[in-house]
Ligand binder design. Structure first.
Ligand code: FCB
Length: 457
């Protein structure tokens, strides 16, 4: 199917979902805000990483991005136009603590204060993510997430944010996708801070999880009616064949992708089979760390994009797995496999294995090489189809008993897609970067009509 090909409507209806379902769209600070040198903001690890030649596909950075720091009223109006009832955003830690710890920058706090008021004024529920990867560079100089002192800094930052905004923000997400911030950042070297050491990465994961647990308690103390959770990138893992070796490889891959995070968060500690595999690369822990990591939360945020097919590979130590590029499957222009059924399977699996009281899809979306027509429209039928099919898949999971309570599209706007730069467009809104003009894509118009918004122009 091309982006302009005929599109068969599936007729999914909003009222098929539970009555109090949250409908939202997600963004993150470094990907949209720009204004990196404004109002006392300190450097983040992503400013530093982008400045290194060859790290970002198009050589770009988040320095300007969508200029959301200055254009946020227009962007929140767009969210309102969609008819969503919730808006997920993240706070840039270096705007609050330019030096990582110590003095708080009041202008940074004021910005998020105004933003939250703007969200509420438009009738949207603010969902705040504390860490969507923009660590203050000053903390990186002390070891970043490898260092236990970053845990203390994160707890202090969570305290400041929840004290300032807790009267209005009731939904708190501590971390976004620790697998990405730690494994891609410290083991694979493809995300900031760009390190390539598995032991460091596992230590970083441990500190991120610990900081989540400790921050959860602080947020609860400061905001009595807070709902606190974490957002994980989770994937269904499929064995490339039914051979014993490939089946075992799938279990190992699942062990790092999914269980390494879910098990300790929900009170089981790190998975024993994985501890045996990583051996002395396992993180150094203190006595009560696992207890803290398992602090009770209110919901799990699930970010779903694609499944992975895995085969046994003797050479890739220590996990000995290899991700297979399936042929003949539908893919987005990023190359990510499109597999709505995988979403149903994933949600059912989490429900079966962890029986959590509440889950939200905190991210789901797709990137295509959108073009603007002469009429200044973006006709992205593939993205619409992607969304429709994933909504059906979410509904299937709900019907099968999964307590899924909300769905957030990634993303409100095209934005800085990390190592891929501006080449990847995930938005319901097209951003023309040279002019910063926003164009609601046809998928966005469809989403608004699905949500039955009245304000669509
Ligand atoms: C997720 C990230 C988000 C965005 C999407 C496409 O892994 O959380 O910031 O990059 O992928």
């Amino acid at each position: 199917m091309t982006n302009s090909a005929q599109h068969k409507p599936l007729n999914i209806e909003r009222n098929a979902f539970p009555e109090n379902f949250k409908w939202g769209c997600s963004t993150s600070s470094y990907q949209i805000e720009g204004a990196t040198n404004v109002d006392g903001r300190g450097m983040s690890i992503w400013d530093e990483f982008c400045a290194q030649p060859g790290k970002i596909l198009d050589g770009s950075s988040g320095q300007v991005a969508c200029d959301h720091y200055h254009r946020w009223p227009e962007d929140l109006d767009l969210a309102r136009t969609l008819g969503v009832n919730a808006y997920r955003f993240s706070v840039a830690w270096p705007r609050i603590f330019p030096n990582g710890a110590g003095a708080v920058e009041p202008r940074g706090l004021d910005f998020y204060d105004r933003l939250v008021d703007g969200i509420l004024e438009r009738g949207l529920e603010p969902w705040l993510t504390l860490y969507h990867w923009d660590l203050p560079q000053a903390l990186q100089l002390e070891g970043g997430w490898k260092s236990r002192s970053t845990v203390d800094a994160f707890v202090a930052y969570s305290d400041v944010m929840s004290l300032r905004l807790g009267d209005r923000v009731k939904h708190w997400i501590t971390h976004n996708e620790p697998w990405c911030s730690c494994i891609m950042g410290y083991a694979e070297g493809v995300h900031a801070p760009g390190e390539t050491n598995l032991k460091s990465a596992l230590q970083a994961c441990h500190h991120v999880l610990l900081s989540h647990g400790l921050a959860t308690k602080v947020i609860r103390e400061n905001v009595v009616d807070a709902k606190v959770g974490i957002a994980l990138s989770l994937h269904p893992i499929i064995a490339a064949s039914q051979s014993e070796a490939d089946l075992a490889a799938a279990v190992r891959h699942d062990g790092l992708r999914n269980r390494w995070f879910l098990d300790p968060l929900y009170g089981r500690g790190y998975p024993q089979d994985m501890l045996e595999i990583v051996g002395n690369l396992a993180p150094i822990m203190e006595a009560d760390d696992l207890l803290h990591i398992a602090a009770p939360t209110d919901f799990l945020g699930v970010n779903y994009y694609f499944p992975e097919t895995v085969e046994d590979a003797q050479e890739n130590l220590p996990f000995r797995t290899n991700v297979v590029e399936n042929t003949g499957v539908e893919r987005t222009d990023f190359g990510w496999q499109v597999a709505p059924q995988g979403l149903t399977e994933l949600l059912l699996r989490i429900h079966r294995d962890y029986a959590l009281p509440s889950m939200y899809l905190t991210e789901n979306g797709s990137t295509y090489d959108d073009v603007v027509t002469e009429e200044n429209e973006v006709v992205d039928v593939k993205r619409q189809s992607y969304l429709e099919r994933h909504l059906f898949a979410a509904l299937d999971a709900i019907k099968a008993g999964v307590p899924l309570q909300g769905y957030f599209v990634w993303s409100l706007l095209d934005n800085f897609e990390w190592a891929q730069g501006y080449k990847r467009r995930f938005g319901l809104t097209y951003v023309d970067y040279p002019t910063q003009r926003r164009i609601l894509k046809s998928s966005g118009k469809w989403f608004a009509s699905f949500l039955d918004a009245e304000r669509i122009k």
